[in-house]
Ligand binder design. Structure first.
Ligand SMILES: Nc1ccn([C@@H]2O[C@H](COP(=O)(O)OP(=O)(O)OP(=O)(O)O)[C@@H](O)[C@H]2O)c(=O)n1
Ligand SMILES: C[C@](O)(CO)[C@H](O)COP(=O)(O)O
Length: 404
């Protein structure tokens, strides 16, 4: 029975022995965190999780054993790391030598500092090496490139259509690139900036396959800033967050209780008003209405309307919260400050928070109730009235501001 040819054995080398001098940041850049995970952990995972890759080897600096162990934790297919050299070229050779005792058919050599490589690009790299022996991912150059001398004097302008900006992973038949590197090292050639250049130096035809613009190399501080932004949720993901404020005052009058923030408090005086005169809930209602730009409590519940005479103010706040829900939004936080000399608010604070939370249909941890006296100053200080100020934070579904 005919047998299908065995699948080629494919290994990846991640060169990670550099010091990241240009990036700065106090830690070699491959160990800095991006979106909560180190750059090296991300790069290792890209290759280790690719179904066509059999083994992944990291070339690291001799000082970085502990940092590597943390980055490599839980990553499959890793073979023990090896120490790199003083140049990228030397580190590449160290990796190739480490794989030589059990040589793969194809090797991909990748900068650990490129953590955004896609699985599709890895596939293209493997296919290119299988088809052509030595290949590098490249993109057409969109700037005009100048050749300059030591004085920054331009000495030439190569035709742009012949130029490609080259990335990693670079892919090779294993024997070809190992031999090229060994010959270059034996000839004292060092400092070639990519493995493709080593293959070229040794006289091998080298080909370019399609790279990808998102496969950036983290080189300087600006690259890290750009990369961090990729992990920062766009404003759209947060939704449309809005804040509204409210303020209300009711005069003190005859009575034996006050309603404040939905709680009935026995008191030697009352508050006058068309409804139950709950300044706290009124201020909160206005705050919620303000956050959606939908008028104020008087517009929704006119004092001239006898339906609201003596009404319990919880319906006002519930109505405003319902308007938020009708827009597909939610109340994230409500905060109110009561300004009064008496009654004392502290003993009722938790009951008020619970009541407001119940009316608004949110957790009590999303409600703040505070109080202050006015140090006997003004109408509050003279006990002629009680005031309340409030703020509401709400979240609405994101709509494109350009379109609205
Ligand atoms: N002696 C070296 C130098 C570089 N690299 C690796 O080669 C990749 C590309 O090199 P580069 O971006 O230049 O990294 P650094 O050498 O660390 O940067 P710098 O030149 O700013 O110090 C990096 O993953 C880096 O860790 C390496 O393995 N060994
Ligand atoms: C290999 C490389 O990423 C291809 O663009 C590049 O040459 C590495 O250069 P560096 O100076 O070592 O970052």
């Amino acid at each position: 029975m005919p047998t299908s040819p065995a699948a080629p054995r494919i290994a990846a080398i991640l060169v990670a022995a550099g010091r990241g001098i240009r990036a700065g940041g106090g830690l070699p850049k491959q160990y800095r965190r991006l979106g909560g995970r180190s750059v090296l952990a991300r790069s290792l995972a890209l290759f280790a999780e690719h179904p066509r890759i059999d083994a992944v080897l990291a070339v690291i600096h001799a000082d970085d054993g502990d940092l590597y162990a943390a980055a490599a934790k839980g990553v499959p297919k890793l073979v023990p790391p090896v120490a790199g050299g003083g140049t990228r070229q030397a580190s590449g050779l160290a990796g190739l030598r480490a794989l030589a005792p059990a040589p793969p058919d194809i090797v991909l050599i990748h900068d650990a500092a490129r953590p955004f490589t896609s699985p599709a690009l890895i596939d293209r790299a493997i296919d290119a090496a299988l088809a052509r022996g030595a290949a590098v991912p490249g993109l057409p150059v969109t700037d005009t490139v100048k050749i300059v001398d030591g004085d920054e004097r331009v000495t030439g302008t190569p035709p742009r259509q012949t130029l490609r900006s080259v990335q990693t992973p670079q892919s090779f038949r294993f024997g070809l690139i190992l031999q090229a590197h060994e010959r270059a090292a034996a000839a004292g050639v060092d400092g070639l900036t990519d493995d493709g250049a080593v293959a070229e130096w040794a006289g091998n035809p080298l080909y370019v396959f399609e790279g990808e613009a998102t496969n950036m190399k983290l080189t300087g501080p600006a690259d890290f800033e750009a990369a961090e932004r990729l992990f920062t949720p766009p404003l759209a993901a947060l939704g449309d967050v809005r804040t509204g404020t409210g303020f209300d005052v009711h005069a003190v009058t005859e009575g034996d209780h006050v309603w404040l923030c939905g709680v009935r408090i026995p008191h030697e005086r009352g508050l006058s008003g068309h409804s139950d005169a709950d300044v706290g809930l009124h201020a909160l209602t206005d705050a919620v209405l303000g956050a959606i730009g939908d008028g104020d409590i008087g517009a929704h519940f006119p004092p001239s309307d006898m339906r609201w005479k003596g009404a319990s103010s919880d319906r006002f706040l519930a109505h405003a919260v319902g308007l938020v829900a009708a827009r597909g939004g939610a109340v994230a936080h409500l905060d109110v400050t009561l300004l009064c000399e008496a009654p004392k608010i502290g003993p009722h604070r938790e009951a008020m928070r619970a009541r407001i939370a119940g009316i608004a249909g949110i957790g009590i941890e999303r409600v703040g109730v505070k109080a202050t006296t006015m140090e006997t100053l003004g109408f509050v200080g003279r006990r002629e009235g009680i005031a309340a100020m409030a703020s509401a934070t709400i979240r609405l579904p994101w709509t494109n501001p350009e379109a609205s």
